[in-house]
Design a protein around this ligand. Structure first.
Ligand code: ATP
Ligand code: MG
Length: 536
C-alpha cells in the first residue's frame, strides 16, 4: 500500500485536510505501507514556500510522518514531454481561443459541445506553438494546450479539457524555467502513477474527474513514459469534512487573513490546524474527532460541538489543573493573621496521579470570581453568600460574613471567616460543604490577559448562504479580559502546555505573551454544571 497526501501549497492546512491526512497516513500505517507528502504545486500564482513549510509543520504536529516529500513540479519535464507526445499522436492541440470562447463552446450536460476551429490543425503546428508558448513568446491567455478527446462526451471533463496554460509568475521552486504549467487534471494522476501510488484517496468532488484521471494514465502506459513497475493506481473518493459555524475554503480563509478580519492564519478562531494548536486543541483530540465521524460517500455538515467534546475528553486526561480568576472581586479572610502565608498542595490532575502536585500560596487577601458571590442568593446557589459556608479549593472552609459596596451598589469586597481546623487533607477536614470555589492570593498571583472565543460565524452553515460570507462573521467572536489573576505557578508554563483553569475551562498560554504580560487563550469551556442544575 502506498498513499500520498497531496496539498496545494496555497494556504495553511485546516481541519478538513486533517480528515484527508488521517485517512492517507492511517491507511498506509494500518496496512504496513507508506504515505508520501506531495505538494501539488502547479499554480505559481497562488503558491508560496511559507505554505510549504507550514504544511510540513502541521502534519507532524498532527502526529504523522511521511516517507518522502515529492513535488508535482519534480515532474514538469516529464509532463511537458508527455504533452508533446500527446500532440504528436493527435491527442492534443493548441487552441488560440479565449477562455470565454472555450467555455461558451463547452455545451451542457444535456447538450454536446462544439469543436474549436483549431481542433484539427496539423500536429506540427501545435508542437511548434507549444514549444514557443514555453519559451515565453506569447502572453498569458493567448493560447492553451487542450486534450483532444470528445466534445460530445456526457462527462464534461472529457470535452477537450485544457491541460496547459501560460503563466509568467515565477514558481517558488522552478523559478522562471517554465512559462507553461499543467492543470490539476494533467498533473495529479500522472504524479500518482510516476510515484507508484496504489490508492489515490481524494474527496468526492473528484469523482467526476476520475474517468479523465484514468484516461491520462491509459495514455501514459501507451507512451515511452510508462514506468518500469507500471502500477495501475486507482482513485477512491470520500466525503469532505464540513463543520458548523465556519468555512473551509482556503480562498475564503485567505481573504479573512488578508482583510485582517482575523489575526492571521493561526488566529485561534480559525479552523486551521495552526489556529487550533494555538487555541489549545491537542492533536489527539482532532484525530479522535475524525475517527468518530468516519468516512462516507455523502457530504455532511458536522457539528463543531462534537469536536469540542472530543477536545474536552482528551484535555481532561492531559491538562494541569490550576487556579485563575477571570472576573475578580476581593475576598478578605478577616480572622486570618495579617502577613501570614501557607503553601497549599494542589493536585495537578486527578485523572493522572503521575502528574504530581504543585503548591499555591494562601493568605488573608484573595481574589475570587465575581459570579461566585451573591448577596441574596436562591436556595440552590452553593457558592458564597452571607451566612453560608463554602470550601476554598485546596485550603479552608470559610463562612461569608458580608460585603462592602460602592456608591453605585457594586460589590468591592467580600468578607469571610475561616475555620482553622478545616484545612484540606487534614484529619477531620472532610466536613461536607456543598460548594468549592477557586481563588488566588492577591499578593501572590500574576496579572493576565485572557482571550475568549466564540463561533467565528453567526450562522450554522455560512457556505450555504447567499450573502457574502464576510457579512456572516460573528462580531462577538473574540472577548478580551485584561484584568485576570492567575496563580504564580503559571509563570513556568509555555505555549503547548495544556491547562485547566478550574471550574472555568481549558486554556493555553499564547505566544503573544511577553515578559510580565501573560496572555492565555480559552480552548473550550467545561460543561457548565450550574446551568444544567438550574434547568433541572
Ligand atoms: P481549496 O480550498 O483551495 O479548494 P483544497 O481544500 O482542495 O483547496 P488541497 O490542498 O487541494 O486543498 O487539498 C489537499 C487534500 O486535502 C486533497 O486531497 C483534498 O481532497 C483534501 N481536502 C481538502 N479539503 C478537505 C475537507 N474539507 N475534507 C476532507 N478532505 C479535504
Ligand atoms: Mg484542491
Amino acid at each position: 500500500v502506498q498513499t500520498r497526501f497531496p496539498p496545494e501549497p496555497n494556504g495553511y492546512l485546516h481541519i478538513g485536510h486533517a480528515k484527508a491526512i488521517c485517512l492517507d497516513f492511517g491507511i498506509a500505517r494500518k496496512y504496513g505501507g507508506t504515505c508520501n507528502l506531495r505538494f501539488d504545486d502547479t499554480n505559481p500564482i497562488k503558491e508560496d514556500v511559507e505554505y510549504v513549510d507550514s504544511i510540513q509543520e502541521d502534519i507532524q504536529w498532527l502526529g504523522f510522518r511521511w516517507e518522502n516529500i515529492y513535488y508535482a513540479s519534480d515532474y514538469f519535464d516529464q509532463l511537458f514531454e508527455f504533452a508533446l507526445w500527446l500532440i504528436d499522436h493527435g491527442h492534443a492541440y493548441i487552441d488560440e481561443q479565449t477562455a470565454e470562447a472555450i467555455a461558451e463552446q463547452k455545451g451542457s450536460p444535456t447538450q454536446p459541445g462544439r469543436e474549436s476551429p483549431f481542433r484539427n490543425r496539423p500536429t506540427a503546428e501545435s508542437r511548434d506553438l507549444f514549444l514557443r508558448m514555453n519559451s515565453g513568446e506569447f502572453d498569458e491567455g493567448a493560447m492553451t494546450l487542450r486534450a483532444k478527446i470528445d466534445m460530445a462526451s456526457p462527462n464534461m471533463h472529457f470535452r477537450d479539457p485544457i491541460i496547459y496554460r501560460i503563466i509568467k509568475t515565477p514558481h517558488h521552486r522552478t523559478g522562471r524555467t517554465w512559462n507553461v504549467y499543467p492543470m490539476y487534471d494533467f498533473a495529479h494522476g500522472q504524479s500518482d502513477y510516476f510515484e507508484g501510488v496504489t490508492h489515490s484517496l481524494c474527496t468526492l468532488e473528484f469523482e467526476v474527474h476520475r474517468p479523465l484521471y484514468d484516461y491520462f494514465i491509459d495514455r501514459l502506459i501507451e507512451s515511452p513514459f510508462k514506468t518500469e513497475d507500471n502500477y495501475r493506481t486507482r482513485q477512491t473518493e470520500f466525503n469532505r469534512l464540513n463543520l458548523t459555524y465556519t468555512v473551509m475554503s482556503k480562498r475564503k480563509l485567505l481573504q479573512l487573513v488578508k482583510e485582517h478580519r482575523v489575526n492571521g492564519w493561526d488566529d485561534p478562531r480559525m479552523p486551521t490546524l495552526c489556529g487550533m494548536r494555538r487555541r489549545g486543541y491537542s492533536p489527539e483530540s482532532i484525530r479522535n474527532f475524525i475517527d468518530s465521524i468516519g468516512y462516507t460517500k455523502f457530504d455532511a455538515l458536522n457539528d463543531v460541538a462534537l469536536l469540542e467534546a472530543s477536545v474536552r475528553e482528551d484535555l481532561n486526561r492531559k491538562a494541569t489543573r490550576v487556579s485563575a480568576v477571570l472576573d475578580p472581586v476581593k475576598l478578605v479572610i478577616t480572622n486570618y493573621p495579617d502577613g501570614q502565608t501557607e503553601e497549599m498542595e494542589a493536585v495537578n490532575n486527578p485523572e493522572n496521579e503521575a502528574d504530581g502536585t504543585h503548591t499555591i500560596t494562601f493568605s488573608k487577601n484573595l481574589w475570587i470570581e465575581r459570579a461566585d458571590f451573591m448577596e441574596e442568593a436562591p436556595r440552590k446557589f452553593f457558592r458564597m453568600t452571607p451566612g453560608k459556608e463554602v470550601r476554598l479549593k485546596n485550603a479552608y472552609i470559610v463562612k461569608c460574613t458580608g460585603c462592602t459596596k460602592d456608591a453605585e451598589g457594586n460589590i468591592t469586597e467580600i468578607r469571610a471567616e475561616y475555620d482553622a481546623d478545616s484545612k484540606s487533607g487534614m484529619p477531620g477536614a472532610d466536613r461536607k460543604v456543598k460548594g468549592t470555589l477557586h481563588w488566588v492570593s492577591a499578593d501572590h498571583c500574576l496579572k493576565a490577559e485572557v482571550r475568549e472565543y466564540d463561533r467565528l460565524f453567526s450562522i450554522e452553515n455560512p457556505s450555504a448562504d447567499e450573502r457574502d460570507f464576510r457579512e456572516l462573521l460573528n462580531p462577538e467572536s473574540l472577548t478580551v479580559r485584561e484584568n485576570c489573576y492567575v496563580e504564580r505557578y503559571l509563570a513556568e508554563k509555555k505555549p503547548g502546555d495544556y491547562l485547566q483553569f478550574q471550574r472555568t475551562g481549558y486554556f493555553m498560554l499564547d505566544p503573544d505573551t511577553t515578559e510580565g504580560h501573560l496572555v492565555f487563550n480559552k480552548t473550550v469551556g467545561l460543561k457548565d454544571t450550574w446551568a444544567k442544575k438550574a434547568k433541572a
